[in-house]
Design a protein around this ligand. Structure first.
Ligand code: FAD
Length: 462
């Protein structure tokens, strides 16, 4: 219905034609582009990638003159994601000296203090989004050099309208530069607000978590021990995660309510650092008091935190010290940013001549570091589906040919979204029975190595 309405507005200019048009040059779109060009079966398809933002110069500049400071958008990549990036030979271009692999995650309850530790070789690897995207761009350039047809990246160009060719039923993408392209297959790697999903009339269901994820790049006082470890403390307002980067740096993801996010974002950087240190150790009551001080711009905030932390530290037994992260002493100036957190899941990932990949199909709370990894698994599955269809002589854009991709990915993503959502909910309450039950559960699981190994294998997709 939606398509029909739009189809009346087709521009009179003659559209270009492509086999695959990918909308979005984020991690999902660039991985899909590299994987298609890397595939012996698909490499000669006429494929274009359209990105609304400025993509190539910033990624080239990252590749040639890598910035000194770590950037604030960092993701934790699972071994499965890295193995796929190795398979398509994009990992060769990742600047590994800027990544950090860790073997241990310590998660602890900010209300009861109960803890769970996951230890397993190479649970995950922290990598800046730009490092990943820049590597993918280099790989695409590489593949273009040896390919009969270039994968064209059209940047700084937005998709402003999508219509349908009435004769062929192929989608026609109208671009802000005046061009239009009709395509056998249109892939939406265009993020949560996906224009492709809207064009296809595919519902996306879910809810806002009413939380922001505050990110920042921070540095520990001392990197001599307990490193590299991923730390996550579940505060009632949301988890506070410190994930390791090389040379004593870490990536902060502090999920919190809009009210507290406003307070934390406005703090001078030295007070913000002190609040993160407080959040890693102090009680909910103390944190409530400190948020009040912070909201009032009280300049005793840092002294108050230091006094409370020294009291806390003085009560720790030597063997308990390694149960908490080291304190932070500095941060990359202006590295604070915040992002809205939400759960969303599209009813389907495929339609006639349409596929959705990555955040266009699903978004999740970052507490388990799964969003981008799920998108990478989508790419792997979609490329395999396209290869099988092409080898069987099918038209790769038909819904029939695309169905196996949806059948493979939807259930897996659905389970992961559900697990992450439940963890968020269980830890966002201070209802006594639930708090007691979750602490009991965590204590039991922490003493069952086989169950912990199973959980690690699920989270890291090993
Ligand atoms: C705080 C935080 C921490 C996170 N940590 C992790 C983690 O540790 N591990 C993990 O796996 N995931 C993590 N995630 C999730 C991860 O960042 C996302 O899942 C991932 O970046 C989504 O990639 P994508 O390519 O699907 O979408 P996006 O990155 O949103 O890319 C979409 C692209 O489409 C383009 N676009 C949109 N509309 C148009 C249009 N009309 N025309 C042209 N182009 C268009 C946009 O410009 C954009 O470049 C985190 C997320 C947050 C918020």
């Amino acid at each position: 219905m939606f398509r029909r309405l739009l189809s009346t507005a087709v521009k009179s200019t003659v559209p270009q034609t492509a086999d695959v048009v990918i909308i979005g040059g984020g991690p999902a779109g660039l991985t899909l582009a590299a994987a298609i060009k890397n595939s012996p079966v698909l490499k000669n398809l006429n494929c274009k990638l359209i990105e609304g933002g400025n993509l190539i110069d910033p990624l080239e500049s990252f590749h040639t003159t890598t910035p000194e400071d770590f950037m604030n958008r960092v993701v934790s990549l699972t071994p499965a994601t890295i193995s796929y990036l190795q398979e398509i030979k994009a990992w060769d271009y990742v600047k590994e000296e800027r990544t950090e692999t860790y073997d241990s995650i310590h998660a602890y309850d900010g209300v009861t203090g109960s803890k769970i530790e996951f230890d397993s070789p190479e649970i995950a690897t922290m990598c800046e989004n730009f490092n990943l995207q820049s590597a993918l761009l280099q790989r695409i350039k590489d593949l273009n050099e040896v390919s009969e047809s270039d994968l064209e990246i059209v940047e700084k160009t937005k998709v402003i309208e999508i219509t349908t060719n009435e004769e062929t039923n192929w989608p026609i993408v109208q671009l802000s530069n005046g061009d239009s392209i009709q395509t056998r297959l249109l892939v939406g790697c265009d993020g949560f607000n996906s224009p492709v999903r809207k064009f296809a009339g595919i519902e996306s269901r879910g809810w806002s978590y009413d939380r922001w994820g505050i990110v920042a790049t921070m540095k520990y006082k001392n990197d001599a021990f307990r490193y590299p470890t991923g730390w996550q403390r579940f505060l009632k307002s949301g988890p506070l995660a410190q994930l390791p980067l090389p040379n004593g740096w870490c990536s902060l993801v502090w999920s919190t309510t809009p009210e507290l996010a406003n307070i934390l974002m406005k703090l001078p950087e030295d007070q913000f650092i002190a609040m993160v240190n407080a959040g890693a150790k102090l009680s909910p009551e103390e944190m409530g008091y400190l948020y009040d001080l912070a909201a009032k711009n009280d300049d005793t905030l840092i002294d108050e935190i230091n006094w409370r932390l020294s009291l806390f530290n003085s009560k720790l037994k030597p063997e308990e010290e390694s149960s908490y992260p080291l304190e932070l002493e500095s941060m990359v100036t202006n590295s604070r940013g915040r992002f809205p957190l939400r759960l969303s899941h599209a009813d389907t990932y495929v339609d006639e001549r349409i596929a959705l990949v990555g955040d266009a199909a699903h978004t999740t709370h970052p507490l388990a570091g799964q969003g981008l990894n799920m998108g990478q698994a989508d790419v792997k599955s979609l490329v395999h589906t396209l290869e099988v269809s092409a080898q069987r002589g099918l038209d790769i854009g038909t819904k029939f040919a695309l169905e196996p991709y949806f059948s493979e990915r939807y259930p897996e993503n659905h389970v992961m979204l559900g697990i992450v959502d439940k963890i968020h909910k269980i830890y966002s309450t201070d209802s006594t029975p639930i708090v007691m039950a979750r602490s009991f559960g965590v204590d039991v699981i922490n003493n069952l190595p086989f169950l912990k190994d199973f959980m690690v294998s699920q989270i890291s997709n090993k």
